[in-house]
Each structure stands twice: as C-alpha cells, then as structure tokens.
Design a protein around this ligand. Structure first.
Ligand SMILES: [Zn+2]
Length: 237
C-alpha cells in the first residue's frame, strides 16, 4: 500500500501486526531522451507493485540522489553525499521511532550506492532495526534478462524506457543501438568532458524494446523486489 493512500491511523493499525516498510530512492538526472525522474519513478513503481499483495507500506520515493557526474546536463539535481547520508539517517530514524523494524530500501540509482554502507551503521545504532539495500535493476534475474536481451544495455537505454512511466510523449528514440561506453575512461572525466563524450547521455544498447519484452522485464523486477520484502529477515521480537 502507498503511504499517500494511508492516514496515520491506518499506519498505527498496520504496526500492530507488521513492522516492515519500503523506502524507494531515486535521482533526478539526465536519462538521454527519457524523463529526468526515471530513477525515482521506477524505484517507487516497482516497490509499490512488489509490496501490493503483501500489504506492506511504501513511502514516496526520496527523489533526489547523489549525481555530481551529470551536472553538465540541465535539470540534473545532486545532493552532496553528506546530505544524502543525513537525509537517509533522518528518514530511517523516523521509521524506527514509529516502530518499523524491517525496512527495505529500494534504490533506483547506482550513484546512491555509496550511501548504502550507512545501513550497517544505523543497524547497530537503532535497537532491533533490520535494514536492507536493494538495487532493483541490478538484481540477478533482472539484470540477467536485460543482458541476455541486449548485452550492451545500460543507463538510459531501453531497460529504463517504460511507456506510461518514463517515456516522454512526442520524443522519438534513435532506431539503432549505441555502442557501450568506456566506463574506466569515463570515470576520470569532468562533468563537462563526460557530456561531450556521452552526447545524448545514454551509456549503450538499444533505446527501445517492444511491449512484451518490457512487460517481462518488469515482472521479473517486481518478483525479485517482492522476494526482498518477504525474506530473509531475522525473527522480530
Ligand atoms: Zn536511471
């Protein structure tokens, strides 16, 4: 269930019989011809669908993430790493204060991974708290399906291009695939040099796939995310 569809009494009632919650994380950043909000939109949508049959609440995605690398692309918004850590500390602390004890972070942006180690620290600081970080797009069966469909698929390719979610009306995608970028070289570049190297912003692969392929990818990602909400947690007290 979405927190935006709940009032506080419903959350209080839920906490009488369950202590799980899902917090999606995103990033507002360039995704070539796709929406700047891809990472926030997809992490929340996959989390909502995964949690739905379990009745576990999903909070609105924390939309902003750590993405200094794309700051040469207008519309990209980055938090400093220390800000992201502070935001996560406050949000997870709030969940703990209300009695949530098993929290899954559904992350939609690789650049946020540096903040993932915070979970180990908070797990020690907050009594009884169990925290897990799930990169939904990189889960084994999800990324396995992506790479067997298109070995070059990466940032802003078809794997993030979902009709009704991240695809923009009236924007047509290039018909031919882009060769995969050189990650090692790119990691050394300034944001401006990176923009010159990347051009549209896609890292590689086809830009769009048919609906059947997208539905298969989505269903795998939802299943894998649901498994993370369900288990394995330690027995709660
Ligand atoms: Zn993305």
């Amino acid at each position: 269930m979405r927190i935006k569809d709940c009032n506080w009494k419903m959350v209080e009632e839920y906490l009488r019989h369950d202590d799980r919650a899902v917090l999606p994380l995103g990033s507002i950043e360039q995704h070539a011809g796709l929406s700047l909000a891809v990472d926030a939109t997809l992490s929340e949508a996959v989390a909502v669908q995964a949690a739905q049959p379990l009745g576990v609440p999903v909070f609105p995605a924390q939309p902003y993430g750590f993405t200094p690398t794309y700051m040469a692309y207008p519309g990209t918004m980055t938090l400093r790493l220390e800000t992201l850590l502070a935001v996560l500390r406050d949000l997870i602390g709030s969940l703990h204060a209300h009695g949530f004890r098993r929290v899954l972070i559904v992350n939609g942006h690789g650049g946020n991974n540096g903040a993932g180690s915070l979970l180990q620290e908070l797990g020690r600081e907050l009594p009884g708290m169990q925290l897990r970080w799930h990169n939904w797009w990189a889960a084994p069966r999800t990324i396995g399906f992506v790479h067997e469909t298109d070995p070059q698929a990466s940032h802003a390719s078809w794997m993030e291009n979902f009709a009704g979610l991240t695809r923009l009306e009236g924007v047509s995608q290039p018909a031919s695939p882009k060769p995969l970028v050189d990650y090692a070289r790119m990691a050394l570049m300034s944001p401006q040099a990176k923009r010159e190297y990347l051009g549209d912003g896609c890292y590689g692969g086809h830009y769009e796939k048919d609906e059947a392929t997208m539905t298969r990818l989505w269903n795998i990602a939802v299943d894998e995310t649901r498994e993370q909400i369900e288990a394995p947690w330690l027995d709660s007290e």
